[in-house]
Design a binder for this molecule. Structure first.
Ligand code: ADP
Ligand code: MG
Length: 269
């Protein structure tokens, strides 16, 4: 019998993560990390447009999660449209897009059009990507509708801009599938994200920690080297951890019904 995913022993959880990699035909080296898996599970059976925040310091596999999620929602919902964004386009191109392209390498059926800032799936779904920090950039959105919005390094982005993008989550194809997803990532330094997701989480908001040490795909020296180079980048991450050293609190903010639905989903893996 399956228990709650987060209550399973680590070995069994790892087995589910390996199974997910197989199901999605990902390369052997791309087993989802624990926070990535929990973050993906949070996208099932939640309220429409209720945000999920994957938060933690550098290297926590957050951008990779956002790309994985965008690809997953495009693959599973025909005619879906997912917006992947960061504050500036140049930072998006240098970080998130590099990760997205890496993930697309094993998917020859999916076509990337760098000139159009678009990724096309055979089922009619699309990932579009852009910077959203400037009003000029946002004008391009016109009256676009999305089934999913993913904002990388969301604490850099004004709260109002995120709220505006949230209102664009109304694509029928994704609504029918009950999955209008707002996904945010970043380091929860003081600001609206920290308030709404970490300090006093709003109802329906999910916060999943994705720490550097939760990412086994980094080289073992990464965290120590980066801490020596830029201690500030890890500061708030440590604080957040300290707030809840009771262990894993993933998923404590979802309802019993949601939990049951997640378990049903797990059985289908
Ligand atoms: N599931 C995965 N499988 C393989 N490599 C991964 C996976 N998740 C993340 N990585 C790799 O780990 C590194 C850090 O991930 P990234 O998403 O850039 O972290 P963050 O955005 O939290 O700083 C990247 O090189 C990325 O490709
Ligand atoms: Mg990143």
């Amino acid at each position: 019998m399956l228990g709650k995913y987060w209550a399973l022993p680590e070995e069994e959880r790892a087995a589910y993560r390996r199974r997910l990699r197989e199901m999605w035909n990902l390369p052997e080296s791309r087993v989802p990390t624990e926070p990535q898996m929990i973050g993906l599970l949070h996208t099932y059976n939640r309220g429409l447009r209720q945000p999920i925040f994957l938060g933690g310091a550098m290297g926590g596999a957050k951008s990779a999660w956002l790309c994985m999620l965008a690809i997953h929602l495009c693959n599973t919902i025909p005619n879906n449209r997912f917006l992947l964004a960061r504050k500036t386009f140049s930072s998006f191109r240098g970080s998130t897009l590099v990760e997205l392209e890496e993930q697309l390498e094993s998917m020859p059926q999916v076509k990337h059009w760098p000139g159009k800032h678009e990724v096309d799936f055979p089922n009619g779904s699309k990932i579009v990507y852009m910077g959203v920090g400037e009003p000029k950039q946002r004008e391009k959105l016109g009256s676009y509708q999305f089934g999913g919005v993913g904002i990388d390094e969301a604490p850099e982005v004004e709260h109002d801009v995120v709220r505006m993008l949230q209102t664009r989550l109304r694509l029928k194809a994704a609504q029918k599938a009950n999955r209008l997803i707002l996904a945010l990532t970043g380091n929860p330094y003081p600001g609206w994200i920290r308030e709404d997701f970490v300090k006093a989480p709003k109802p329906g908001y999910s916060f999943v920690r994705a720490l550097t040490r939760d990412n086994p795909h980094l080289d073992p020296r990464y965290e120590a080297d980066m801490k020596a180079e830029m201690p500030g980048a890890f500061l708030f991450d440590t604080t957040v951890r300290g707030n809840s050293n009771a262990g894993h609190v993933y998923g404590t903010d979802i309802t019993e019904d949601d939990r049951k639905a997640l378990i049903e989903y797990l059985k289908t893996l």
